[in-house]
Design a protein. Structure first.
Length: 161
């Protein structure tokens, strides 16, 4: 568009050497008799998020893009205190990934995969939440990609009683 505006200026009678076309951040310096390109300033996209301006980081933007493109799967598990024994769940909730009623078999198999991970963690006496969450996330991610060729954001949530 800048080039087109420059061409339009020439068509309207402005001398070609008087047409300045710059990029984002380009400074133009003008006097009473001339204009020229000067230095540069930092310029680019500024993200506005609610009341914040420019305070949204790259990681947040990447997460939002993943959520928009792939959706998310939440896995809720209730474990016995100090163990990896499942008292309830895993319950799997999908948002923006698949419609659960149309994908009952997929979700049932995903439930079985997560239950198997919990059993394995219990057998191996793994009690650290971060390890359990990581194994659930990795196993479910591989399974869902294999079945759907999509990579939803997977959020394992552990409640302890």
């Amino acid at each position: 568009m800048l080039k087109c505006h420059g061409e339009l200026a020439v068509e309207m009678g402005v001398e070609k050497d008087h047409v300045l076309i710059g990029d984002n951040g380009q400074i133009f310096e003008f006097t009473n008799r001339s204009g020229q390109k000067g230095g540069r300033v930092n310029a680019g996209r500024v993200f506005v998020d609610g009341l914040g301006v420019g305070d949204v980081g790259n990681i947040v933007i990447r997460d939002r893009q993943q959520l928009a493109m792939e959706g998310m799967v939440i896995v809720v598990m209730t474990l016995a205190k100090g163990t990896s024994h499942a008292l309830a769940g895993p319950d799997i909730v999908s948002r923006g990934f698949v419609y659960v009623r149309d994908s009952e078999e997929l979700m049932s198999e995903a439930h079985d995969k997560v239950a198997a991970v919990l059993e394995r963690c219990e057998d191996e006496h793994i009690r650290e939440w971060s390890v359990i969450k990581s194994q659930v996330r990795d196993t479910l991610s591989r399974y869902l990609f294999e079945k759907t060729r999509r990579r939803p954001m997977i959020l394992p949530i552990i409640m302890e009683v």
